[in-house]
Design a protein around this ligand. Structure first.
Ligand code: NDP
Length: 495
């Protein structure tokens, strides 16, 4: 065990040992082997990190840095991530089991997020507001909030952290990140790269550890100006309650149970690929997983056959291998959760068309076979609840009206897919589906430029695009009377 890497917190630009002196292990889900140990964060560590972030926020080196120069730092950070993309991708694959192919793709495009916000940094500006008295000037400014807390999950550690970090820094905030206990390493490396890029010490801080300990301490810290969170709806609800009671903002990107709808006029070959990508990519461990598939009765059998056939041929194995198509679930409990849901589905009357079994992938890890469930309906828990694994529930429908009703009959509203060759139907469905993102004849497309928002229990607030800057700034209205004329009546309201 002694040759394992031991990570400390990254606070105020330095490696800082945990106050309580405790560490926890992070494992490789493909093999079950311990990868490294990381500091187990406590309220004391979080307090130190928030203080470092607050000091950095008030430091003229950050506070008075021009917006253009702030953008330049983001650009440099993006460049550095690009230079380290291979190393970071491999670290993430070893930590969470997602395919190296996929993580390489994510890391190769990740610099674009920083470049996007680099370009946006000096476009953050207020307005001049018309007044009824020309001697009075009224203008607005957009100010940074202060210290932003970012709590992120394990499924795409750097990408999901970046969705918060890049706009928060772009707007002039400083940040304390609490990554998932399952994936600490790359986020710590990101803090190092931020320092190398020229961000002042304390602008980016990372406290590792467990959600109920370090995470909760961060949420509850009185000096925090905002929390930005990605994770489960249950944790999101607790965070929303805590931030609401203190009147600070939260951006919440939560779970999903997204419908992927195949109409009778769809290109079924492409649609079946979209269904496979929607639920089996990343072993279904994405918030946008297309876990509820609705197929028109006239194409239901063909779609089922194509998806099932492809699911059976998916190559399960070492996520570091380029030929592997399905890696493990991120940790043992997650694999057990998926297995539990499929068993529950069976007991509810679902039929397992393919898959339905845990496996060690020949490597001793926590894999689960790509699984297709049929004979299911919206009343079953496997159709209503987020499984976060490679499990598709496929259901037939007859009419557009019916499928709109079925697709919207969920507590979630993160994303939806529509497959049709009729573009007017595509537009119609996009308008009627209660989801923050709708894809027509594609699935899982995203970019830093495109805003996304969860409807219903899938979240609050916008990530990506220019819109998200509002989430990390507050608006100030400034009134200046340029006249020195005596005030005649102090009791008249001015405008
Ligand atoms: P959680 O919501 O529990 O975890 C997400 C992040 O929040 C992690 O960093 C976690 O830390 C932290 N956290 C947990 N409890 C608290 C708390 N009380 N206060 C502050 N932070 C906290 O999700 P899980 O990782 O446990 O995954 C469970 C389910 O959530 C999945 O099966 C899936 O359904 C959903 N999920 C959705 C994601 C999405 O992208 N929308 C991403 C990940 C999960 P720690 O890791 O130490 O617990």
């Amino acid at each position: 065990m002694s040759d394992l890497e031991q990570y400390e917190h990254h606070i105020g630009g330095e490696w800082v040992a945990p106050a309580a002196g405790e560490y926890f292990e992070s494992t490789n889900p493909a093999t079950g082997a311990t990868l490294y140990t990381a500091a187990r964060g406590s309220a004391a560590d979080v307090g130190r990190a928030v203080q470092a972030a607050r000091t950095a926020f008030e430091d003229p080196r950050w506070r008075d840095l021009s917006q253009t120069r702030r953008g330049h730092l983001l650009r440099r950070l993006g460049d550095l991530i690009g230079e380290h993309a291979d190393e970071l991708a491999r670290m993430e694959t070893e930590d969470n089991g997602k395919l190296l192919r996929e993580m390489r793709g994510q890391l190769t495009t990740l610099p674009e997020y920083y470049w996007y916000y680099a370009g946006l940094a000096d476009k953050i500006q207020g307005d001049v507001i018309p007044t009824s008295d020309r001697r009075v000037l009224n203008y607005t400014t957009r100010e940074p909030l202060g210290v932003v807390g970012a709590i992120t999950p394990w499924n795409s550690p750097l990408t999901l952290t970046t969705s918060k970090l890049a706009p928060a820094l772009c707007a002039g905030n400083t940040v304390v990140i609490k990554p998932s206990e399952h994936t600490s390493a790359t986020v710590l490396k990101l803090a190092e790269l931020a320092l190398e890029a020229g961000f002042p010490p304390g602008a980016v801080n990372v406290v590792t550890g467990f959600g109920p300990e370090a995470g909760q301490a961060l949420v509850d810290h009185p000096q925090l100006a905002k929390i930005s969170f990605t994770g489960s709806t249950g944790t999101g609800a607790r965070i929303a309650a805590s931030t609401a009671a203190r009147f600070i903002g939260s951006t919440l990107e939560l779970g999903g149970k997204s419908p992927n709808i195949v109409f009778e006029d769809a290109n079924v070959a492409n649609a079946s690929m979209g269904v496979v990508a929607g639920i089996f990519a990343a072993a279904g461990q994405t918030c946008i997983a297309g876990s509820r598939v609705f197929a028109h009765t006239s194409v239901y059998d063909e779609l089922l056959e194509r998806v099932t056939e492809r699911a059976r041929s998916i190559r399960i194995g070492d996520p570091l291998e380029d030929t592997t198509e399905l890696g493990p679930l991120a940790f043992a409990d997650q694999r057990d959760k998926v297995a539990g849901y499929v068993d529950l589905g069976r007991s509810e009357g679902a039929r397992v068309l393919t898959g339905g079994r845990p496996t060690d992938g020949g490597l001793g890890g926590w894999f689960y076979e790509p699984t297709v469930l049929v004979d299911v309906d919206n009343s079953m828990r496997v159709v209503r609840e987020e499984i976060f694994g490679p499990v598709a529930a496929i259901m037939p429908f007859e009419t557009e009206e019916e499928v709109v009703r079925l697709a919207n009959d969920t507590e979630y509203g993160l994303a939806a897919g529509v497959w049709t060759s009729d573009l007017s139907r595509g537009h119609r469905m996009a308008a009627r589906l209660e989801a923050g993102t709708v894809w027509v004849n594609t699935y899982r497309a995203m970019s830093p430029m495109s805003p996304r928002q969860g409807f219903k229990n899938s979240g609050v607030g916008v990530e990506h695009g220019t819109e998200t800057i509002r989430e990390y700034t507050r608006l100030k209205s400034v009134w200046i009377n340029t006249s020195q004329e005596p005030v005649a009546d102090p009791f008249v309201m001015r405008s």
